[in-house]
Design a protein around this ligand. Structure first.
Ligand SMILES: [Zn+2]
Length: 114
């Protein structure tokens, strides 16, 4: 099962919704304590429902742009995305995801739910 936050391979971290009569229990797996903490924070902020991106998530999306621009420039500004090799696309995805989650983690330091 993939991490409910970043989509990486889930490990021993998880969350299970509290038992309620007539409501199916939900189960989420996470790759790390950091992602588990982010999930708990988002869940609390949304009143128990995951909805639109939070302010920190929007900020993390903005923070990706310089990294993405730098990568695209390194590949070649005139090269269309359709001409990218598979390895270049995968590297671009890695650049974006790493920058996004690094920034998101920096915005929520020290948040440990337990
Ligand atoms: Zn994760």
């Amino acid at each position: 099962m993939l991490c409910a936050i970043c989509g990486r391979e889930g490990r021993a971290f998880c969350w299970v919704s509290p038992p309620r009569t007539g409501i199916k229990r939900r189960f989420k797996r996470f790759c790390s304590m950091r992602c588990q903490t982010l999930y708990a924070k988002r869940l609390r902020a949304g009143g128990g429902v995951m909805i639109d991106p939070t302010r920190n998530e929007k900020s993390a999306m903005e923070a990706v742009l310089p990294h993405l621009g730098e990568y695209v420039a390194s590949v070649g500004m005139d090269k269309p995305l359709s001409a990218y090799r598979r390895e270049e696309i995968l590297q671009m995805v890695d650049v974006v995801l790493t920058a996004y989650f690094d920034n998101l983690r920096e915005l929520t330091p020290g948040d440990v739910p337990f």
